[in-house]
Design a protein around this ligand. Structure first.
Ligand SMILES: [Cu+2]
Length: 318
């Protein structure tokens, strides 16, 4: 099921902006979203326009918020449409030959000022907690540093150093069209080197770039962080569901922007450790044994990534 994850990704973006572009269709899209929970199928569909199914609690919260906003959009659209219809039918020249000449109505002006304010307050009340949760990186079990490059990703695992002490680093390129077709994997989403994450782990992301601005997007987990040269942005996700998830570069970064997929595999801990070992990484003594009870990952034994970058965000106290 999840190997199909992300299939709707690029199409979704295109479809979504098309719907947003046509004001009239916005109401239609909202009306369709009213069926929200029913849409939340496990499989991606070609041409789907909904957000991807949630692979984490965070993404579920994003989906719930999306549903709420769609309900609000629908109510407003239907209300405004009804008002327009009423005005056109009741107050056209034939039905209302002698129009009223007043220009102010205190009551209605107070209402149409206050009600939109209240709507915005409601939206803010639900969106701010979401933003704070996204921005506050919880105590992480492992750290992954994502480096965007023209045009590839490098993922470093500073918790698992190589023999020489440098962090385990994986270069990720798109899987070729030929291989994608042969393996029935989505071209331009599948990567030649999937990166592995243990199930249940809270993953801290440190995102940067080496040349131009890229962006690390992993929609199943509601992750999107700008990758900016000379700066380290922090993000996180919790790997709550086994499976394969696809992400992409999400910032127009040059001619091969579309060729920067990333593939994340959430696997059981032993499989993750086997992968780390196969890549030459050391499972250091105090490396997480089980995601639950962990020492902080940025202990002195593990080289801190981004050290020396200078203007990265300050480390949150743990
Ligand atoms: Cu890019």
């Amino acid at each position: 099921v999840t190997t199909l994850a992300g299939l709707a990704g690029p199409k979704k973006t295109k479809m979504t902006s098309r719907v947003l572009g046509l004001g009239v269709l916005a109401g239609l899209g909202a009306a369709m979203a009213l069926a929200g929970p029913a849409w939340a199928s496990d499989t991606r569909v070609d041409g789907g326009i909904d957000l991807l199914p949630a692979a984490s609690e965070m993404m579920q919260m994003v989906r719930d918020f999306d549903f709420l906003v769609n309900v609000i959009i629908t109510v407003i659209t239907v209300f405004v449409l009804a008002l327009l219809g009423w005005v056109m039918l009741r107050y056209n020249r034939r039905a209302n030959p002698t129009p009223a000449t007043f220009t102010h109505n205190m009551t209605i002006e107070v209402i149409w000022t206050a009600v939109p304010v209240l709507i915005l307050v409601v939206i803010a009340a639900f969106s701010f907690p979401l933003l704070f949760k996204e921005e506050q990186v919880p105590k992480a079990d492992i750290t992954i540093k994502a480096i965007g490059k023209q045009w590839a990703w490098t993922f470093e695992y500073p918790d698992f150093p190589l023999e020489d002490g440098s962090p385990l680093a994986i270069d990720v390129n798109p899987l070729s069209k030929q291989d994608s077709d042969a393996q029935n994997r989505p071209y331009l989403l599948a990567a030649d080197e999937p990166i592995y994450v243990p199930l249940g782990a809270t993953v801290e992301l440190r995102v940067t770039a080496s040349d131009v601005i890229h962006a690390f997007a992993l929609p199943d987990f509601a992750v999107k962080e700008d990758a900016i040269p000379g700066r380290v942005n922090q993000g996180w996700f919790k790997a709550e569901k086994l499976g394969t998830y696809y992400g992409q570069c999400s910032e127009l970064c040059g001619i091969r922007h579309a060729f920067m997929p990333l593939e994340v595999r959430v696997v059981e801990r032993p499989e993750f450790e086997a992968w780390i070992a196969a890549k030459g990484g050391k499972l250091v003594a105090d490396a997480p044994a089980a995601p639950a009870a962990l020492p902080a990952p940025d202990n002195p034994a593990a080289p801190a990534p981004a050290a020396g970058t200078g203007d990265g965000p300050p480390q949150a106290p743990r």
